[in-house]
Design a protein around this ligand. Structure first.
Ligand SMILES: Nc1ncnc2c1ncn2[C@@H]1O[C@H](COP(=O)(O)OP(=O)(O)OP(=O)(O)O)[C@@H](O)[C@H]1O
Ligand SMILES: [Mg+2]
Length: 240
């Protein structure tokens, strides 16, 4: 499918448990440089757990996570971010009591502490509405604007790989379109994207390839085109 040299993220036989209760039972997943890969699946399948393990928020019980061929398993989250993997968590994780600008500043903090004008320009080209709202508290933004801010904050760390957890959750259809359009734009600037979604149709329309997760395992994987056409996917995830 793709050359190993192009593999930026490689998850091998990953097992994660919450206490004694296993959540991932040996997940294998690969993301090549420049791809948008989506991970879809029902509630509780283990999608968020997978992303949290990649970004060091959960300690795997078994298996490995390789970033550019080197293990990052067991590393602290801030170091993983510094190496180039940024995570936009489920529920967005922005600071409601801070302004839009200060949330962006926090995103840049790990790297060098200050935002360059060119970076703000890039963010505002992706999400023009944020420019007018720089001094507004993040908690007073609409749900869609909060998602824009969460993505923008992650971009301030200049990631090679962006992990997105349910960016379309709770948003109106028009806003969902906007978010996915920007995801494609970010990808076109060279950022690799691993996208977790319950909106399987939008995710597969946007991504190059997809993995379907069922109860802590990868049930199957294919190109988005093939998954969109698959009877199994249509029946279980596309409401057809
Ligand atoms: N903090 C936790 N403590 C105990 N069990 C957890 C915890 N977080 C998740 N789980 C369990 O792990 C399993 C996988 O959860 P996870 O959040 O990864 O699923 P998901 O695919 O992201 O689901 P959703 O689509 O609802 O976000 C579920 O059975 C869930 O109940
Ligand atoms: Mg989740």
């Amino acid at each position: 499918m793709h050359d190993m040299a192009d593999t930026v993220l490689s998850i091998r036989s990953l097992e994660v448990a919450y206490g004694e209760i296993p959540a991932l039972h040996g997940v294998d997943l690969e993301v090549a440089r420049g791809e948008i890969v989506t991970l879809i699946g029902a509630n509780g399948a283990g999608k968020t757990t997978t992303l949290r393990a990649i970004s060091g928020l959960l300690e795997p019980r078994k298996g490995d996570i390789l970033y550019r061929g080197e293990t990052i398993r067991g590393m602290k989250t801030h170091l993983i971010t510094k190496m180039g993997i940024s995570h936009v968590p489920e529920g967005r994780g922005i600071f409601s009591n801070l302004t839009v600008h200060d949330n962006l500043e926090l995103g840049a903090y790990l790297r060098k502490g200050k935002i360059a004008a060119s970076e703000l320009e890039y963010i505002f080209s992706l999400f023009p509405v944020l420019e007018d709202r720089q001094k507004q508290n993040a908690g007073t933004l609409s749900g869609g604007e909060q998602q824009m801010l969460a993505i923008s904050r992650a971009l301030m760390a200049k990631p090679d790989v962006l992990l997105l957890d349910e960016p379309s959750l709770g948003l109106a259809p028009q806003m969902v379109q906007t978010i996915f359009r920007v995801i494609r734009e970010i990808n076109q600037t060279g950022t690799t994207i691993l996208l977790v979604e319950q909106n399987a149709h939008m995710a597969l329309t946007t991504a190059h390839r997809g993995y379907v997760m069922e109860t802590g395992r990868i049930a199957f994987a294919d190109t988005s085109v093939n998954l969109l056409a698959s009877e199994r996917v249509k029946k279980a995830y596309l409401g057809g």
